[in-house]
Design a protein around this ligand. Structure first.
Ligand code: C2O
Length: 532
């Protein structure tokens, strides 16, 4: 992958953006289950760069995970690094993206993992497969947007449009941007590999006049589930079957914002594309576009209904290995806060935290500090419970909710089982948070509104066929419970995948020690690992 600047035209204007190989979105990486993948990343731009293979488990190969200062020092201008990892026990769609600054706005692309040779899908073989990358377009320079916000302590501007495969569909007349067109043949079935690569927006995705059948999320098969709208948070992927079973014609596709927080600025510019049946004659009624209305931006019920419908496939070939008991039962509050800021115009700064800890980025990669036993880079004392119990989702708290800052990790022994209840807070405003865990898939065993109640809510957990994924939405003013097994030694980032919240500090990391058995320890770093 060549990381290069490229002049790119969208919304009727041209600007230089950071790309991989000059493409927006970037190229699709194809692999097969069990393949070893080597990607040489060459940095030709003025920024430091790293690439993260979002959702790839990286068993014992944390060095190739990619989050800057967590598992590696960045690839500096003029340098390169070879990411070397094996795709173990995963098949489906994931994404790769830059994991430093806000570069992932334009530096991202699909990962398609095909099943092992000769192994069929657990659903009818589609006629064709199509990658659908949802994203955003910013008229201004994205790094300038976040730098300004960081200086002022306030929220950054939102993007200017959403995109579907790099096109907004909003500006016919500017040539390039009339929208992505999916050509279909009547009677055939298509597998759409839908990816949300946007920085800050959860997106509804919908095709006029057609139902979608969900068959996989985050590279794990699901029970087939029919719906007319899917919800995809940043970092999530969803494979759906689309049957071209309507009469010949053109059908509108929309990608629109889901945001049910009361007072947040949003980008509500819907991106559009079309499904175009072969043989549709131009002119006349038959070629008229069949329209659809995207759900309202605060359509909580549609979002909830969709998430409730997702279940692990849970067959003999693809069992659901949800831990039935847990060694660590953690409660993490996730939310925003306000700290004093003498240098900010308002005297205050918006921050975000987990259990009131605003994560401080280290200057050396945590995985290196761990492996080489370098002291003073982090502490292994991340709190497993919030500092105080309060009405998390009630009116803004009267307690002192200033956050503390620290590079604190939560330590796990190899193979420990972990439950984390992710509890949204309304300290500034309740807001939905798509939380992503590196290095693992987890099972989403429960979800609800209000404050988590350990007694009544735990009794209702699904420990049979909960959906397995790597990124999950914590509902605005609610909670989500996940479980995973710590069978991957290393340092693993957990953070909100809304980039603005990550920047504000909604992040932490787990430190998983080596096991004692064979193949239970972190492999040594590659020799070309960049230095800080
Ligand atoms: Cu897709 Cu840590 O990110």
């Amino acid at each position: 992958m060549q990381v290069v600047m490229k002049n790119t035209t969208r919304l009727c204007a041209t600007k230089p953006i950071v790309t991989v190989n000059g493409e927006f979105p970037g190229p699709t990486l194809y692999a097969r289950e069990d393949d070893t993948v080597l990607v040489k990343v060459v940095n030709h731009v003025q920024y430091n760069v790293t690439i993260h293979w979002h959702g790839i488990r990286q068993l014992r190969t944390g060095w190739a995970d990619g989050p800057a200062y967590i598992t590696q020092c960045p690839i500096q201008p003029g340098q390169n690094f070879v990411y070397n990892f094996t795709v173990t026990g995963q098949r489906g769609t994931l994404l790769w993206h830059a994991h430093i600054l806000w570069l992932r706005a334009t530096v991202h692309g699909a990962i398609v993992i095909l099943p092992k040779g000769g192994v069929p899908y657990p659903f009818p073989t589609p006629h064709k497969e199509v990658v659908v990358v949802l994203g955003e377009w910013w008229k201004s320079d994205v790094e300038a947007v976040i730098n300004e916000a960081t200086k002022s302590g306030m929220a950054p501007n939102v993007s200017d449009a959403h995109t579907i495969n790099g096109l907004s569909g909003r500006t016919p007349g500017c040539g390039l941007d009339e929208g992505f067109r999916l050509r279909v043949v009547k009677g055939k079935t298509y597998l759409l590999r839908v990816i949300n690569a946007a920085l800050n927006e959860e997106l509804f995705f919908k095709v006029a006049g057609h139902q979608l059948t969900v068959v996989e999320v985050d590279a794990v098969y699901t029970k087939p589930f029919k719906t007319d709208t899917i919800l995809v948070a940043p970092g999530q992927t969803t494979n759906v079957l689309l049957s071209a079973d309507r009469s010949t014609g053109r059908y509108l596709v929309t990608a629109s914002t889901f945001m049910d927080a009361p007072v947040v600025a949003i980008d509500n510019v819907t991106a559009t594309a079309t499904v175009h049946y072969e043989g549709t004659l131009s002119g006349g009624a038959a070629s008229a576009l069949v329209a659809t209305k995207p759900p309202p931006r605060n359509a909580t019920q549609i979002a909830t209904g969709f998430m409730d419908g997702l279940r692990s496939l849970n067959t003999r070939a693809f069992p659901c290995n949800v831990p039935q008991s847990v060694d660590h039962s953690l409660l993490f509050t996730v939310g925003l806060g306000v700290n004093p800021c003498p240098s900010c115009p308002s005297g205050r700064r918006v921050v975000a935290s987990i259990n009131n800890v605003t994560f401080a980025m280290p200057i050396l990669a945590l995985l290196q500090a761990h492996f080489f036993n370098i002291r003073g880079v982090f502490t292994a004392d991340f709190p497993g419970q919030p500092p105080a119990r309060f009405n998390f989702t009630g009116p803004p708290s009267t307690m002192n909710m200033q956050t503390t800052s620290g590079t604190r990790l939560y330590r796990l022994a190899y193979n420990d089982t972990v439950q984390v209840v992710l509890q949204d807070t309304g300290v500034v405003t309740p807001e939905s948070h798509p939380i992503h865990l590196h290095g693992f898939n987890f099972f989403v065993v429960g979800r609800g509104l209000g404050n988590f109640n350990p007694k009544t809510d735990t009794a209702k957990f699904n420990l049979v066929d909960p959906v397995e994924r790597n990124t999950v939405g914590v509902p605005s003013g609610g909670w989500t419970a996940i479980r995973f097994r710590a069978d991957n030694p290393g340092v693993w980032f957990l953070h909100c995948h809304l980039e603005v919240h990550t920047t504000w500090g909604l992040k932490m990391a787990f430190l998983v020690d080596d096991g004692k058995g064979p193949n239970q320890s972190l492999l040594p770093p590659p020799t070309d690992l960049p230095a800080c």
